[in-house]
Every structure is written in structure tokens, then in C-alpha cells.
Write a protein that binds this ligand. Structure first.
Ligand SMILES: [Zn+2]
Ligand SMILES: [Zn+2]
Length: 267
């Protein structure tokens, strides 16, 4: 399985999962034009996409999902709350799923949606498995790590996880107190230190790649996120730590392969 972030941050998120016979987008939070141009940089056409799986309804994750699904004839998946919030009709527009329901989203790719706490949204983390049962995770937009999520992340060979804010920067930054409380609360986002602590807890010898994503441009910086995580996992981690920023795609990860593959900028 190959994992490529087309870009990640508050202005849009989308990641492409590819296995031998499947191509699946997790979230589709850019304009259709942007999604197409980002896919074309890695030689993928919209029509090649088998399915689009939505984590939740916020527009930085869902923006062009319904249109792309119709245009490309790619099956759209979301939970019921997300479908309702986006005005999508179950069955006609979207295949709805329940938390922890395993979904066969491509010929050799399945997905397990794991519910996570986030604002007024019914958000899920995505655990993807290929035919051989090897797993990768994409986890964004949650204020707190649950016992259940932790359990499903154990054993994943690739983990993409948000490191949204640096606590000091958020607290000393320009946001009004109510927004600071919301971001750092149970329904907000994970801070660098929350993510570092989680990774420190679940690290195992087969974890070959970690991508930090959904970094806040105001309340974080790549070097802060990276150093906080490395401080926690550094000695035990022999894989590669990368950061996915708003303008992607920059690299792809193959499951089980430590070094990422840089994407040439031919835009
Ligand atoms: Zn988001
Ligand atoms: Zn969100």
C-alpha cells in the first residue's frame, strides 16, 4: 500500500491510498480543480479513483467530495451524521457506515472507521488494510485520544496523525480565549505533545513511517512538531518522520519501506 498526502492543513485535506488494484481518497477537502491538479502530479486521474471516504463534514475534509464522486463515478462513503450535515442522500449519494464497520472500499483495500471526539462533528479515524492484513492509519481532527483508537493504532506500519498546535504558541497567540479553549479541549485538535505522547506509547519495531499533518499555520511550526515528537520516540524509532503541509503532494510512503519517495515538482 502506498500513502500520499495531496496536502494537509486547515485549508484542505486529502490523502490517496493505493494498493495493487485499488485507489481510494481519504477526504476530499480541496476544490475539484485542486484535487485534479494534485492527482495529476502523481500520474493519477480522477476516473481512476474507486472510492472516496469522508472522515467528517467540515469543509477542509469534504469540499468537493460529492461532486468528485459523481464526476468520477467513485463511490462515496461517510457516516450518517456526516451525510446529513452535507445534505447527501443515503444510498443515492453516499454509502453510509457505522463506527467500527469494516468497509471493502476497493478490490484489495478495506477500511475501518474508528470514531473520535471532534467539535460538533461525528469524526472518524481511518485504519486501512490491504489484502495481506498490513495496516496504515490516517488520524486528524480530534481533541483527545481514546482507548479504542490507541488499540487500533497498535501494529499499524504507517501512521499519519495530526500535530495541530504547539501549546505555548496557541496560548500566547492571537486567537480569542474561547477559540483557544475549543482547540485545546476534548473536541478540538491534538497538540504536538499529545501526539508525541501517543506515538511514544504505541511505538513498535514495524512502525516504518510517521507523517505529522494538519499543522496549524498560526499556532505551530514544522520544527516544533518534529522536535517534540522525536524527543518522545527518537531512541526507539528507526523509521522515517515526515511532515505533510498544505501544499502537496510532496512524497509517498510505501507500507513497510522506511524512506519516502519524493514527488518531482512538475506542476
Ligand atoms: Zn480539519
Ligand atoms: Zn474538523
Amino acid at each position: 500500500m502506498e500513502i500520499t498526502h495531496l496536502g494537509s492543513g486547515s485549508r484542505g485535506n486529502s490523502a490517496l491510498l493505493q494498493s495493487d488494484e485499488s485507489k481510494v481518497l481519504v477526504d476530499c477537502g480541496f476544490s475539484l480543480k485542486q484535487i485534479n491538479s494534485r492527482l495529476s502530479r502523481i500520474g493519477v486521474k480522477g476516473e481512476d479513483i474507486d472510492a472516496i471516504v469522508l472522515s467528517h463534514h467540515h469543509s477542509d475534509h469534504s469540499k468537493s467530495a460529492a461532486r468528485a464522486s459523481r464526476l468520477w463515478d467513485a463511490r462515496l462513503y461517510s457516516n450518517l451524521e456526516t451525510a446529513m450535515r452535507l445534505g447527501l442522500r443515503p444510498i443515492e449519494d453516499v454509502r453510509t457506515f457505522s463506527g467500527l464497520e469494516r468497509l471493502q472500499v476497493g478490490p484489495d483495500l478495506s477500511i475501518l472507521p474508528v470514531p473520535v471526539p471532534h467539535d460538533d462533528a461525528d469524526n472518524v479515524a481511518i485504519i486501512a488494510s490491504n489484502g495481506g492484513g498490513r495496516r496504515a492509519a490516517i488520524v486528524t481532527d480530534l481533541g483527545e485520544v481514546t482507548v479504542e483508537l490507541r488499540r487500533h493504532l497498535e501494529g499499524c506500519e504507517h501512521i499519519s496523525i495530526e500535530a495541530n498546535y504547539d501549546y505555548e504558541r496557541l496560548m500566547n497567540g492571537p486567537y480569542p480565549p474561547v477559540l483557544k479553549r475549543r482547540i485545546s479541549g476534548r473536541g478540538g485538535h491534538l497538540s504536538n505533545s499529545q501526539t508525541a505522547e501517543l506515538l511514544g506509547d504505541i511505538i513498535h519495531p514495524n512502525l516504518s513511517s510517521v507523517v505529522l499533518c494538519h499543522l496549524s499555520e498560526k499556532n505551530n511550526a514544522p520544527h516544533l512538531a518534529e522536535s517534540e515528537v522525536l524527543m518522545e520516540i527518537g531512541e526507539d524509532f528507526s523509521g522515517e518522520l515526515s511532515i505533510s503541509q498544505q501544499e502537496g503532494p510532496e512524497f509517498s510512503h510505501w507500507l513497510g519501506q522506511i524512506e519516502n519517495e519524493k514527488i518531482k515538482n512538475n506542476a
